[in-house]
Design a binder for this molecule. Structure first.
Ligand code: SAM
Ligand code: SF4
Length: 335
């Protein structure tokens, strides 16, 4: 291993999220416009390039990879990539290989993913109501996702649900979702909606449901006990005393936790974003493609990028408009 990656604020960078495609088989209202244009395929890193890129980061101290998108499981040949990353799990250099999915393809992929060394998966699910699910994802079907979740559990994967807290949409499902997760032995994390990318005519500020409010409502029925668990990200965790289940809160808006951030994000075109909520990025595709047999230039570019990692993001809705907005979509950077 080479010298580990440490940013200017003494944060060790051990976690890389990789968006392997900007494409998706859903069109969630807070994530994409209905008529999204996707990148031409030639712009994307090939599977071999993704492998080289991740391997370089692992050499530089990254211990956790999260594969995301767009929808990672719609990327052609993606299993080859997961299987290839399994070799880093075997050497112990990589501690965890995981992914975030909308669940639509899980029934097909759960077992091979387990065989490749994946043990945990985050599935995004904002509602358990079929009609509302169709409305929020525009193109999704709830039964297919529920089948996928069952298949993941049957294959031995630990499932966590990520739900975006949406005002006037899933406020009334706070308890239903909590109880469903408790019954199925699934952890649940709530996310505040972030101002990322043009989403057509949808209203950002109108979508925003603060997790402070959500938590207060949860406390009207359950005893919510904070736990000291930290993952180096914006999530904070609590346990519901009555059910014993874990609840996560990702609060980039109402409370940000940038001071302990340990992660960077690679887009499917090889741009490295040092912060989800800032526009600054470093192009890693050029040093990679221009030097097919040598990673020196790539490693130099990675170190230079980490030296520019900002202290934090500037998302803010308090002035009744989505301040700190970034132009790219979550599906490009990888949520
Ligand atoms: N397609 C996969 C999925 O939906 O899980 C992976 C990519 S998706 C961009 C990753 C996560 O970002 C999902 O949990 C999604 O709900 C969340 N997300 C997308 N747009 C968001 C936004 N504007 N604010 C907050 N979360 C968002
Ligand atoms: Fe696709 Fe995930 Fe974005 Fe929904 S949140 S449109 S599933 S990338």
């Amino acid at each position: 291993m080479t010298t580990p990656l440490i940013d200017p604020f003494e944060r060790a960078i051990k976690y890389l999220r990789i968006s392997v495609t900007d494409r998706c088989d859903f069109r969630c209202v807070y994530c994409m416009a209905e008529n999204m244009t996707f990148l031409p395929k030639a712009e994307l890193l090939t599977l071999e390039e993704l492998d080289r890129m991740c391997t370089a980061f692992i050499r530089m101290g990254v211990e956790k990879l999260r594969i995301t998108g767009g929808e990672p499981l719609v990327r052609k040949g993606i299993m080859t990539f997961f299987e290839a990353m399994g070799r880093h799990l075997e050497t112990g250099a990589l501690k965890e290989l995981t992914f975030t999915t909308n669940g639509s393809q899980l029934a097909r992929f759960a077992r091979p993913l387990y065989d490749a060394g994946v043990r945990r998966v985050n599935v995004s699910l904002d509602t358990l109501d079929e009609e509302k699910f169709a409305r929020v994802t525009r193109w999704g079907r709830l039964p297919q996702v529920l089948d996928g979740i069952r298949a993941a559990q049957d294959a031995g994967l630990r499932v966590k649900i990520n739900a975006v807290a949406l005002r006037d949409f899933n406020e009334d499902e706070l308890f239903t979702l909590t109880e469903w997760c408790a019954r199925n032995d699934i952890d649940l994390t709530w996310i505040e909606v972030m101002p990322m990318g043009d989403i057509g005519n949808e209203d950002r500020v109108g979508q925003y449901w603060s997790l402070r409010d959500l938590r207060a409502r949860l406390e009207s029925r359950y005893t919510v006990v904070d736990t000291p668990e930290r993952t180096g990200g914006p999530a904070r965790y609590a346990r519901l005393e009555e059910t014993g289940q874990r609840i996560g809160f990702i609060t980039p808006l109402s409370h940000n936790f940038c001071e302990s951030c340990n992660r960077v994000r690679l887009t499917c075109t090889g741009q490295l974003f040092m912060c989800l909520g800032q526009e600054d990025m470093a192009d890693l595709r050029a040093p990679l493609r221009n030097n097919p047999a040598d990673d020196t230039a790539l490693e130099t570019a990675i170190r230079a990028a980490i030296d520019r990692k900002p202290k934090g993001h500037d998302f803010d809705y308090s002035r009744q408009r989505p301040d700190g907005q970034v132009s790219r979509h979550m599906s490009h950077t990888g949520g």
